[in-house]
Design a protein around this ligand. Structure first.
Ligand SMILES: Cc1ncc(COP(=O)(O)O)c(C=O)c1O
Length: 402
């Protein structure tokens, strides 16, 4: 029984992703090689399973990869966003602006801190937060903005940074989709107060679960380092590796249990080395799709600047439903019948009961996100796809639309 076989058999359906493992071409698969497997075995044999030398190495490698001063491994992007916001001092009475077209994690962390989430609509072309929609929300209570680099294409972080500077706001970038990714030649992860990456199983590099906070701010780094592990003033690894083991530690804040274990970091060390090669493969797949779909009644993703690095975490097409005989949901069912896994990114947050009811929101309140939601489908795009998989997806799209 191979790992891949086992993986395909595990039925996995979180609202945000349909992996449909009985499909010939699933929606997503991590690209795990012998290097990752050997490193995990080495970790298991070492006797050090929790946060230790592998996490330190992963963090150091990540710092070098981004060219950033600090990197902190955590157990998810969600916990990383929570920690980064907390370190920026967000709390009750504050508001934080978030795109409505994102996964709920981006918005829920604001509520963890007792602050209020303020949604902004997106740009119809890039599907990233529309900076013009942010401006009217800046009412004095807004303390931070969490822009998302949707699908792996950088949002207009330059314009958002200018706005943040003039209103004294913090920016925490949600880069769950965005490694590697650039904005005006600058690497995402080096620009704002803090940037948080995800290593969830479907993400551009995967450790199963996991995340990384990147920052150049000493103040944020110090707070995150303490708060990610129970508010203890030194990390677990330090406590056991000094020449004279020192059991003493002090709790200085009511922190969280968000540290990454070495078993995860063992995978991450090798995934990071492959991040650029993975992106090249996804970029090639996107180019094949672009060529094939050009003359079909579907909108292909809009790339703002070919010179920037687009992580191509997602390939989202917009069905021209007015010109088609089938609905978006029928299209998804047809693709599934042909053995192709697909997904939808995202069902905008204002349509979900919690967010709708808390802020009394109507579908038309965010017209762009609502319209995009009704016509968009994410097609498989991951480095493990074979050339045959890519052809199969293209043929299935043609058949579904014919
Ligand atoms: C935009 C966005 N932000 C945050 C997250 C949360 O990531 P994690 O599962 O690592 O907490 C996701 C996960 O899908 C995401 O898509």
């Amino acid at each position: 029984m191979t790992f891949e076989w086992l993986f395909k058999k595990i039925f996995f359906s979180r609202d945000k992703v349909i992996m449909n493992n009985f499909n010939a071409t699933p929606f997503a698969l991590p690209d795990i090689g012998t290097e990752e497997i050997d490193e995990v075995v080495d970790t298991l044999k070492s006797g050090w399973l929790t946060t230790g030398p592998k996490v330190k190495k992963f963090e150091n490698d990540f710092k070098d990869y981004l060219n950033v001063k600090y990197a902190f491994a955590v157990n998810s992007c969600t916990s990383g966003l929570h920690l980064a916001l907390e370190a920026c001092g967000v709390g009750p009475g504050d508001e934080v602006v978030v795109p409505v077209h994102t996964f709920t994690a981006t918005a829920e962390v604001v509520r963890y801190l007792g602050a209020e989430t303020v949604f902004a609509d997106i740009n119809r072309e890039t599907l990233n937060i529309d900076e013009n929609e942010i401006k009217p929300k800046l009412n004095g209570r807004v303390k931070a903005i969490i822009p998302v680099h949707f699908a792996g294409q950088a949002c207009n972080i330059g314009a958002i940074s200018e706005m943040a500077e003039s209103h004294d706001l913090s920016i925490i970038e949600d880069a769950a989709h965005a490694i590697p990714c650039t904005y005006q030649g600058k690497t995402i992860g080096t620009i704002s107060d803090a940037t948080v990456f995800s290593f969830y199983t479907t993400k551009p590099i995967a450790t199963g679960e996991g995340g990384m906070i990147a920052t150049n701010s000493k103040r944020i780094a110090e707070r995150v380092n303490i708060m990610r592990l129970h508010g203890i003033d030194r990390d677990i690894w330090e406590r056991y590796t000094e020449i004279k083991p020192n059991w003493k530690y002090a709790v200085v804040a009511p922190g969280f249990k968000y540290n990454m274990p070495d078993i995860m970091a063992a995978i991450g060390i090798h995934q990071l080395k492959k991040a650029d090669a993975f992106q090249q493969r996804r970029k090639w797949i996107a180019s094949q799709y672009n060529k094939a779909f050009k003359r079909m009644p579907i909108g292909i993703p809009c790339v703002q600047n070919e010179l920037e690095t687009h992580a191509w975490h997602l390939y989202v097409v917009q069905l021209e439903i007015e010109a088609l005989a089938i609905t978006r949901d029928e299209f998804i069912n047809k693709m599934s019948d042909m053995g192709i896994g697909t997904s939808v990114h995202f069902r905008p947050l204002h349509l979900h009961p919690y967010w709708r009811d808390r802020y009394n929101l109507k579908p038309e309140d965010f017209p762009v996100a609502y319209d995009i939601y009704n016509r968009s489908v994410s097609l498989p795009i991951y480095s493990k796809m074979t050339d045959d998989d890519v052809c199969r997806v293209i043929e299935a799209v043609k058949t579904a639309l014919s």
